[in-house]
Write a protein that binds this ligand. Sequence first.
Ligand code: HSE
Length: 402
Amino acid sequence: MANVAVLGYGTIGAGAVKVVQTNAKIIEKRAGQAINVKHILDLRDFPGDPNEDKVVHDYSVIENDEDIDVVIECMGGTEPAYTFVKKALLAGRSVATSNKELVASHGAELIQIARDHKVNFLFEASVGGGIPIIRPILTCLSAEDIEEVSGILNGTTNYMLMRMEEAGCSFEEALKEAQEKGYAELHPEADVEGYDACRKIAILTSLAIGQQVDYEDIPTEGITSITADDIKYATIMGRKIKLLGSSKIRGDKVYAMVAPFLVDEKHPLAGVTDVFNAIFVHGNMVDDTMYYGRGAGSLPTASAVIADVIDCVKHFGKNIRIYWKPEKKELSDWGEFSRRFFVRVREDVSNADIQDAFGKVDMITLGGYKEKAFVTESIREDEFKAAAEKIGELINVIRLEG
Ligand code: HSE
């Protein structure tokens, strides 16, 4: 029997215990031995909870218990999660985590420590919740030169954009609805400003190229500037507005960004609605692939955590190689990347001035609006910025994808 300790008895930690206990029989067959939750670390008590006798408040109980084989970390944030996980690995215990902040900030180092101690540090649940994406990149696509990873990595904002389209409501109304439904995180800025998606695309990009990408280097825009009017324009253009974490890899150059994009309706990501997440990966041999499912929530995320625990148990004494060099990759400047842009300007900006600044454009007309809107040809981002400065104040700009 393998004994596990769960750090954090919140949404994901409680889900992890439930998955282990509900699916005990099938998990035992697949892991080759039973998995037993021995301790649960949390600051709180849980009177009446069927697992209340397992709750401890001091990490040293877990640290000093020789029976613990695998630590499940579901605390979130970097500290004390980092300290506890590092101690566990150094003590020869494998770790499964759902913690994107921990993986984005310390993933490469923790993978190395796990390798040095012939244990495992696995983190399938840290991106895309219950969606298999880490293992597909590391295993199924390991023969690929990955050229793009782009994803809808945040369910809350995807839900909000869907409601803005369906109900024609404002950003504020959609956020209120998302909060009422319990989708938005404690601090909605992590979702709506794109910070959550930023950490996730940093992890995926690091894995795709096998080298550390610092999330702080990734230009990040959220959806706070998106209005119901932008969504109306998107609809007449046959596009959907989606918050994407996107990395385009061109040889040694990596262009990573989080921003709202006008995605062509034919693009596989365009049909991903509600709180669902999806990750599109393009490899040079396999072509386009996509991974879809619930990117958050207690049981979907916990299911991925426990799959990692099973992998740890199946590989006791053996490290599963994960290629993620700790040396930081310098990201390339998006300024040199070319794409089309959708632009809204005041009605009194002349067509001649628009053409003078941006070159040939396609005008987009939405009846009843006292403004002008257009789509540029494919131009470099730095050229776009220079052109936009000639016009002065823009009502809004959204990049096109596909
Ligand atoms: N707040 C996140 C989302 C869930 O809405 O997708 C966890 O990463």
